[in-house]
Design a protein around this ligand. Sequence first.
Ligand code: PGA
Length: 269
Amino acid sequence: MRETIVAGNWKMNTTIADAMAIVGGVLRRNDEFGRVKVIFLPPSIWLVPIKERYRSAMLGAQNIYSHLRGPYTGELSVEMLHAIAKYVLVGHSERRTVFGEDHALINAKLKTVLQANLRPILAVGEEAKLNIGKKEKRDILALVKKSELGRSLVSATRGLSHSQWSKMVLAYEPVWAIGSGQAASGNYANSIIGALRAMVVQLANDKVATNIPILYGGSVSRYTAPDFAQFENIDGVLVGNASLRVAEFSNIIETFALARARRKNENSA
Ligand code: PGA
């Protein structure tokens, strides 16, 4: 069974007091949900104090630079993250649009993260909703492949070995759904994620595609989470705004934990 992951991307929010309260609160409520991997992506400056206080918290960085050290004012290197964070978010649409990160930089960052033995969470998504209507799977695949979504997956992962692929987490984040309050429907996300998984078969191989966790992100809330959790192909969610609220984020984790437990029972029955 693939991993189930619920990750919280706090973006440029929280004080140190908020950070401690969120991680502490979520860990207290969710220690019974060991089946779901919960990853916190706080502002980098909170990573060390969080790790010191909450050893068991699984942490990731929202960004790193593609070089290991040198004259890069304001940047953070993967070497500085070791022993603190295991995950790094790469390719988030805000990095692409606000900070002008292009495909080449995203590809370089991804490789830097993998070479440092950290796990990238690679985010890809389309600007405008794709017209998948009632199309067949292979037509959706063709549509995704020629869209910017498909092209960004290809260029971000150019030159990766199969063993590097096997460390990746993918996050499908339609840009139109991020921060808009308009999440994609579970059906839509499931169709696109199916197509992305089919692309991974071609870009890597069957085994990688079967095992790679693919998350959905974009306006996930306690109300929209069940719509995604019902699909076996959607391995979790990358949550922005709602990850800043302990009760709501915990509720989303619980939704995925229960869906996973139910699926496991069905599979073993
Ligand atoms: P949102 O953000 O949940 O606030 O839409 C998601 C993201 O940007 O990862």
